[in-house]
Design a protein around this ligand. Sequence first.
Ligand code: COA
Ligand code: AMP
Length: 632
Amino acid sequence: MSSTYDQVYARSLEDPEGFWAEAAEDIHWTKKWDRVLDSSNPPFYRWFVGGEMNTCYNAVDRHVENGRADQVALIYDSPVTDTVKTFTYAELKDKVARCAGMLRNVGVEKGDRVILYMPMVPQAAVAMLACARLGAVHSVVFGGFASNELATRIDDAKPKAIVTASCGIEPGRVVEYMPLLNGAIDLAEHKPDAVVVLQREMCEAPLKPGRDHDWKEAFNAAEPVDCVPVAATDPLYILYTSGTTGVPKGVVRDNGGHAVVLKWSMKNIYGIDPGEAYWAASDVGWVVGHSYIVYAPLLHGATSILYEGKPVGTPDPGAFWRVISQHNVKALFTAPTAFRAIKREDPEAEFLKKYDMSGFTTLFLAGERADPDTIMWAEKHLGTPVIDHWWQTETGWPIAADCMGLGALPIKYGSPTKAVPGWDVQILDEGGNQVARNETGAIAIKLPLPPGTLPTLWHNDEGFKTSYMSQFPGYYATGDAGYMDDDDYIFVMSRTDDIINVAGHRLSTGGMEEILAGHPDVAECAVIGVHDALKGQLPIGFVVLKAGVARAEGDIVRELIALVREKIGPVAAFKTAVVVQRLPKTRSGKILRGTMRKIADGEEYRMPATIDDPVILDEVTVALQDVGYAQD
Ligand code: COA
Ligand code: AMP
C-alpha cells in the first residue's frame, strides 16, 4: 500500500475541525456537539462542545447491541497466578453495569472521584469502565507506588471512594496493598467515605468495619445500572504523572475528544480492525494502560489482553511469544526495556522457535527512546516491522509514529518517524523561534492540541499554564528536546527538565532529591539519571553530609535507599547513593548535573567554564568509580 500519510496529515492541519468531526462520526453521541472546537479562551481549548455521550457505552454496550455480544472483549492472562480468563462483550457489560451499581451503592455519583489502587486484574478495567458508566472520574494509581505517593493523590483528587485489592503479585513476593492504602489514608487530610476491597486468594486483607466493603459481597448485592450521558468536555479520568518536583501533576482527560481519537488511532496508527486481538503489555496505572489496554481497543470493538506478568521470569523469556501465539495477537505495544530484558536472557531468541507467531504483524515500542540495537534485534527475530512511537501521559496518544493504517513510511533508526495527523510539531530555540532542520531544540506543539490531549490539570489551571503553555506562548512545551531532519522525521533525544525514564516509568529526580534532603544527616544532595543497559536510565544520588556527622557512610546510604523506597515505592529503583564532600557547582551555585551524568556514563565532557572548583569533579569521579560507574 502506498502511503496516504502526507495527504491525511496535511488535511488534519488545514482543517482540524472538519477532520475530527468526520472521525467523531464513529462515536455514538446522545447529543451532537454544537461546536467542534471552542478556541475562545486560549490556551484552554475544548473539543466537541455541547456534545453528550458516554465512554463506557461506546466501549462496551454499543458492541453488544451491534453484533459483538459473543466476541471476546478482554483476555486476562496471568502467568503469576496461572490463570487465563476471557470475557465476551456481553459478559463485560454485565460486570461493568453491576460494578457501577456497587459504586453507586457506596455513594459514587456523576462527577465524584474514585481512586483505583489495583494490580493487573480484570476488575481494574471493570472498575475504570464502571466509573465512566456513572460519569464518575477515576484516578488509577500504579501499584508500585508507596503510601506517601498515594496520599498526595488522595489529597488532590479527594475521592469519594477507593477501590483496591488485597495484594499485587511481583515475581517472588506478594505485595500487600492494605497496609499501603491504610498508611496513605492516615497520611492524607482527605478521607474517602468508602473503600472496596477485592480479596485475592494469595492474601486476605482485614477490613475496617464501616469503611471497607468486600468486593464480592458488594458486587453480588448490586443491581446493574445504565450509562449516564456526560458532556464531551466532562472529565473521564485524572492520571497523576511526575513533574519537576515531588508533587505530581493531575493530567485531566475529557470524554468526547478522547473517545474520538482513540477509536481513530486503532486503525490509522496501529492498523487494527475490530475483532482483532491487540496487546499493550503495560500496566493500567500508566497512560499506556489507560489508552491501549482499556479504552482504545474496546472503543474499536477489538479484543484486548490484560497481562499480569513480566517479559522474563514468568516463567521464561518466551512469555511474550506464548501470549501472542495463544491469543493470536496481531500487534504488541510495549516499552523497549521489556525487549532488552528478553534479549539479555535469550540473545538468540531460542524461545521464539517454540511458538506459532504467524498472526503477528507489528511491534510498537514507546515510553522511552528506542535504541537502534533493540529495534534491530526485534526486527531480525520477529521478521515484522518494529515501530518506535513517541508520546506522553499528557498527550494520551501518539504525537509521532509510523502510522500503519496510512501505509508505512521508511524507517529511520532512532526516530519515531513523523508527526501523527493532528500534531503540528516544531523545534524551537530558547526564544521560541524555529531552529533549522537537523538542529536540536525544544520540541513544542503548535496550539490547539488535537482532541484527547490534556485540557488542563486537575483543579489547577495556573499550573497547566506555567508547566506547559507559558514557555513558548502559542505552543505546548513537551519537555522533550530533539530535532527534525530534512524529511520531517522527528528525533526525540532527551528531556529538558529533571524527569528520568527508568524501565519505561517516568520519575522525577527533583522528587527524589526532596526525600534525600529530608534525611537528618544530609546537608545537600543531587540525583541524576545515568545510563543503564536494561532499564534505560537509573537514578544515582549524591549527598553531602552535615558538618560533624560521624556515623558510618554505609549506614546513611542504606537509610537513604530505604527512604526513597518507602516514600516513592520500589518502582523508583533507587539503589545507589554516594557521599561526597561537595557537589560540583557553577560560580552562581547551579549544580552541574549534566557534567556529573557525563562522568557517570563515561562520556567525554568539557570542563564548564563557570565551574566553581574543578577539583570536585575528580572527587565525584572517584566516588562513582567506587560504585561501578565512570568507567572509560
Ligand atoms: N507493584 C509493586 N511493586 C512493583 C510493581 C507493582 N505493580 N511494579 C514493579 N514493582 C517493583 C518491582 O518488583 C521491583 O522491585 P524490587 O526493587 O524489589 O526488585 C521494582 O518495583 C522495580 O521494578 P521494575 O522497574 O519493573 O524492574 P524489574 O527489575 O522488576 O523488571 C523489566 C525489569 C524490564 C522486566 C520491567 O521493568 C518491565 O517489564 N518493564 C516494562 C515497562 C512497562 O511496561 N512500561 C510501561 C510503559 S509502556
Ligand atoms: P510518560 O508520560 O510516562 O509516557 O513519559 C513520557 C516521556 O517518555 C516523554 O516525554 C519522553 O521523554 C519519553 N518517551 C516516550 N516515548 C518515547 C520515544 N518513543 N522516544 C523517546 N522518548 C520517549
